[in-house]
Design a protein around this ligand. Structure first.
Ligand SMILES: C=C(O[C@H]1C=CC=C(C(=O)O)[C@@H]1O)C(=O)O
Length: 388
């Protein structure tokens, strides 16, 4: 085990035996072990120096282009959890059809469950947000809720990850050991990818539930596309990213209109953003600090929405709606948003879902939408609809 310099804690104190996995269509990383762990807020003025120290120590040991992997919290003022892996490899996406590995025998019974906040309090939270639109500059705020579960047995993380991947073949898949357990999920949303000078982001906002019947499913997608409320909710996200990123990125390509994308459980409005860094020294952490949280996770204006979330939400999101991914010493990296995921610790599981609240929002619909978003992970656990 390496000796750790100030600002890092002993990696023996975290779950270092668990693998770190981050699979995307463009860069899949598998890691084992943690030589050292950086726990420092991204907003801390010493963050960049500490990161450079880590990379330099690795280079001194002969690693040509070292990486860090891990999770960054929703609130950038809270410490991130970044590890220098003992062993890592980049690999291409599996060439086979993942869906054939759906493990229908993987099932869990729910012993106890609790919504945090519960239904009535969540409705009050949304109503409280709605009152703030009248007399302030607040335009959108994303409110979230947790579902805490006690299952009938310890979760087999390998089988869970297999199901997450098989059921959501187009998502960003991740298995990330953190202090409270392991974060496992299938996120549909990319905050930032940087490859050499190219930068990509793919915000999603505006949602509708998928339907089993094909005609109804098409109608749900059409209704989402036509929805003024959802188009507005989405536009706020794109406008905010455009203005936040433009200091760092030129040649920005942003389609005039969003497109429709789907996961197995949800339809979303989506925009593919692309550009080129102005300065070659810009790294993914600079870009994260510039654009996170986007109004897809926070709201508009950013600081006002952050404050509203702090005041209204009764729970700490911690890594939920933060970021998961990797970065290398050359400034490249890929960071997905930590949604449609679970934090698992033995038989105890926490799920998260948020929804954008705008003046036209209906509190009950936001409760239903957040419940629908949780189905991604409930399905992966093999938990039946009527279990809750
Ligand atoms: C915050 C979540 O979803 C975001 C991503 C897509 C659509 C969203 C929406 O319509 O509100 C959310 O911004 C979540 O899944 O927990």
């Amino acid at each position: 085990m390496d000796t750790l310099v100030s600002g890092f804690f002993d990696s023996a104190s975290v779950t270092t035996s668990m693998p770190f996995l981050f699979y995307s269509k463009s860069s899949s990383v598998r890691c084992r072990g943690a030589k050292s762990v950086l726990e420092c807020p991204l907003t801390d003025p010493t963050f960049s120096r500490k990161l450079d120290d880590l990379f330099n120590r690795e280079k001194a040991q002969g690693v040509d282009n070292p990486i860090v992997v891990g999770a960054i919290p929703f609130d950038l003022a809270q410490p991130c959890h970044l590890m220098v892996p003992q062993w890592f490899t980049f690999q291409s996406a599996p060439p086979f059809d993942m869906s054939q590995f759906n493990d229908t025998g993987f099932k869990h019974r729910v012993r106890a469950h609790q919504f945090v906040p519960n239904h009535d309090v969540f409705i009050q939270c949304v109503e409280q947000a709605l009152t703030r639109f009248d007399d302030t500059d607040l335009k959108k705020v994303v409110l979230s809720r947790l579902l805490e579960l006690e299952l009938d047995k310890d979760v087999d993380l390998t089988r869970l990850m297999g199901n997450v991947m098989a059921q959501n073949p187009n998502a960003y898949h991740f298995n990330i050991p953190v202090k409270g357990g392991v974060m496992i999920g299938a996120s549909p949303e990319l905050l930032i990818r940087k490859k050499d000078e190219r930068v990509y982001s793919n915000p999603l906002a505006g949602s509708a539930k998928r339907q089993d019947d094909q005609a109804l499913d098409g109608a749900a997608a059409d209704a989402l596309w036509q929805s003024k409320k959802d188009q507005y909710e989405h536009r706020l996200v794109v406008d905010s990213i455009r203005s936040a990123i433009s200091g760092y990125v030129s040649d920005l390509r942003i389609p005039e209109e969003p497109s429709l994308v789907n996961t197995p459980t949800m339809w979303h409005l989506s925009t593919q953003i692309e550009g080129c860094v102005k300065e070659s020294a810009t790294n993914t952490f600079d870009l994260i600090k510039a654009i996170h949280p986007t109004p897809a996770m926070g709201g508009t204006p950013t600081q006002h929405a952050k404050q509203a979330i702090d005041e209204i939400e009764p729970h700490d999101r911690h890594f939920f709606s933060g970021l998961v991914g990797w970065a290398d010493s050359k400034g490249n990296g890929e960071w997905a948003i930590a949604i449609r995921c679970a934090e698992v610790n033995g038989a105890f599981v926490r799920l998260f879902a948020g929804a954008g609240v705008v003046p036209d929002s209906n509190p009950e619909n936001e409760w239903i939408e957040t419940g629908n978003k949780m189905r991604t992970m409930l399905n992966a656990f093999g938990i039946k609809r009527d279990a809750l």
